[in-house]
Design a protein around this ligand. Sequence first.
Ligand code: SF4
Length: 328
Amino acid sequence: MTEALLQVKDLSKHFSVTRGFPKRRTITVRAVDGISFDIRPGEAFGLVGESGCGKSTAARALLRLIEPDSGRVLYRGQDVTAASGGDLRVLRRKMQIVFQDPYSSLNPRQTIGSALIEPLTLHGIARGAAARDRAAALLEEVGLPPSALDKFPHEFSGGQRQRIGIARALTVEPELIVADEPVSALDVSVQAQVLLLLRDLQRRRGLSFLFVSHDLSVVRWFCDRVAVMYLGRIVEQGPVDRVLSAPMHPYARMLRDASPVPDPALRGALPRIVGELPSAAAPPSGCHFHPRCPSAMPRCSVESPGWTGVPDGGVACHLYAPDHATTA
Ligand code: SF4
């Protein structure tokens, strides 16, 4: 088996929030609650789930843009969670993020040239005219003219700004791109162009991706493997074709059935997603999904399901537990 580029082991990120009036109490929100997965070299790995399931927090925690509370992240075997100083800088260079809204990550007063040259200089990759040439080449690589160097973010469309965000991520020659809902703020026609660009860069540069999205059709097109998250936990993981075509976990099935169907004949024949995502501050007992689950059994409200391995993945559901098979 290919050695993993990135290994995420039992990663957790909890937040404390104060609620209530007049009596205030502090509640722990388990935004990311012990997730594990790995990403292979050159692979696109998807992290999917409803808004609020913890997937973006997970992406930021593994990059240490926010500090995780526990767990480990290994990059080519090196512990990202324990790294500091120069080691952390080198690791961060290898792992770059592309945000959903590139406008918020670009300084409106800074020219695109300056935004691209800055990391080149900071990391000692190129200086002066060489840095400017390199920035122009990066813009061309993402489909923008070198004249864009002297312009400001507001002079570009959303799709162009996302191309700039991608170019900036590429300045430090990363091996892994964490793409956090990279096309969800764009028009559908522009989404396809940006996805094609990402796919092209993946093939040309041998990049790996952690692709965070709520859009299953985009994940199905772009990713090789996928993990489905629900209330901070991974509930199913495996090859994208298997998980999205024949999901095992009832939540993954519901998510698949609620996503837009390309065939109009099938639309309306499928069940819609049931109920609201509960708050991570007060998750249901046992299996967090049990209040919404059509297959829930008495044990589901009291017992948290363990992980049952299946070829190249696994599922967290009592339906697939070995003891369920013997007692059913
Ligand atoms: Fe549904 Fe129970 Fe499986 Fe949870 S463990 S998904 S409630 S069947």
